[in-house]
Write a protein that binds this ligand. Sequence first.
Ligand code: F6R
Length: 261
Amino acid sequence: MEIIIQPNKEAVTSLASRIIVDRLITKPNLVLGCATGRTMNMVYESLIALAKEQALSFSEVCTFNLDEYVGLDAKHPQSYAFYMQEKLFSRTDILAEHTQLLNGTASNLKGECDTYETKITDYGGIDVQLLGIGQSGHIGFNEPLSSLGSRTREKALTETTRLQNQAFFETLDAVPKRALTMGVGTILESKEILLLATGKHKAEIISKAAEGPITGMISATSLQFHRSCKIIVDEDAASELREKEYYRWVFDNEPEWEKFR
Ligand code: F6R
């Protein structure tokens, strides 16, 4: 795991999108794992701008979304399918048949999740997985006590997560209580992971996730097992990290990062 501290959220999103573009140039048929939420808004914005600037095509790119609310269909403005359409898909030349999303209204939710797992394998696995982190420490919707080996499945959402996402709905009651999510084990099989976090409200959970003990209570701690996970944070989200100076030194000196500094 590496932690990269950037001065502000604009720099966080710019770095993340530059890394994705770099991987896309190397592999035009990149399999990109997508997250949604506030943190990702600017990432897609910046990725689209950068791809345009460099005349890059998404026509061979495939995407797999991390999660979806149970009960919301793709036309619901708060569904993640709708979010992806608005923020990324409709603004690039990505082919609809290359965009994979969990269907939260499927009649057989378990079958839906199992098929998703098979599809990920059929596509050769996820090359780069984007992640945000919830206040509860979740990645995807892997709420506390999620098995660190879990696969794509249905999960009940915690009150913390529902409160975190309440702003997008009219009332707390309207926030779905369940979701489909890639499992922790599924996420850990991605070849590279970029977790992004910005703002003071993420500082405590970022320090627990990166520097705390590995626990099923905080699914993001499982990322410590991953061999190519980068946590990109702004100064606010980094404010409670113990080894900040070491992380800065690594980013400033490792040859791997030269073209991104
Ligand atoms: C969304 C997802 C969640 C969010 C997390 C952070 O697809 O999987 O894990 O990434 O809840 O959300 P924001 O960025 O809104 O703070």
